[in-house]
Design a protein around this ligand. Structure first.
Ligand code: DX5
Ligand code: ZN
Length: 216
């Protein structure tokens, strides 16, 4: 099991972004998590691919983990690839669980030699992702209702991680499990014990990167 931290920049003060990137880089946080929201798929608007491009062109290099919480990822995924995405993760709910459409997007992302992830909301049953496991690099399990940072971790997430890890092992697949939302020092270890490889953290980590990175 890997031990990766992915820092969500959803709620950063963008006037201080360069200093935050410097701190994250110096503290060896390897992944940056870009929460892209369209105000429709989730009731919040965040940012587009231009932020990713600026960060990708900066002196601080990260694995750019793009999380699309948007209604029509087929229309926008290429902007993020051209802006420097290392991985594109989209929600299987975006096309109402349409397998053919979701698989088409997975293959399009991979055709650009970019990693691909799928994500599911808290209310979506974990078994909905099983049919995609042989095609993707990562599953992003939402441990909060997508749309906002600073929310409370949903306890039922542990069981979802456990079931997904069991399925990945049963199928002998090499798919990373990432958990996103409300991650902090009180749940990080248990989330990893259940099988998570990547922990996404925004508010907890950014409050004190140096001190808190070792608690995730
Ligand atoms: C929520 C986002 C999460 C969130 C994480 O829709 O996908 O990445 O920003 O922020 P915290 O760690 O504050 O819950
Ligand atoms: Zn996210």
């Amino acid at each position: 099991m890997k031990k990766i931290i992915s820092c969500s920049i959803l709620n950063v003060d963008f006037l201080k972004l360069n200093d935050i990137l410097k701190q994250l880089y110096e503290n060896k946080i390897p992944w940056l998590h870009f929460d892209v929201m369209d105000g429709n798929f989730v009731k919040n608007l965040s940012f587009g691919s231009s932020i990713l491009k600026s960060i990708n062109d900066s002196e601080y290099k990260f694995f750019n983990d793009v999380h699309l919480m948007i209604n029509n990822p087929l229309h926008y995924y290429l902007d993020f690839i051209e802006a420097g995405a290392s991985m594109i993760t989209f929600h299987i709910e975006s096309y109402n669980f349409d397998f053919e459409k979701n698989l088409k997007l997975i293959n399009l992302i991979k055709s650009h030699n970019v990693k691909v992830g799928i994500s599911l909301k808290p209310k979506t049953n974990i078994s909905e992702v099983f049919k995609y496991l042989k095609y993707v690099d990562l599953v992003l399990i939402m441990s909060v209702e997508p749309g906002f940072g600073g929310q409370k971790f949903i306890e039922e997430t542990y069981q979802k991680i456990h079931e997904l890890k069991k399925e990945i092992n049963k199928e002998n697949l090499n798919v990373l499990i990432s958990v996103d939302g409300g991650i902090n020092d009180t749940n990080a270890q248990k989330v990893r014990e259940y099988g998570a490889d990547v922990l996404v953290s925004g508010s907890y980590l950014l409050a004190d990167i140096k001190d808190r990175k070792n608690k995730l």
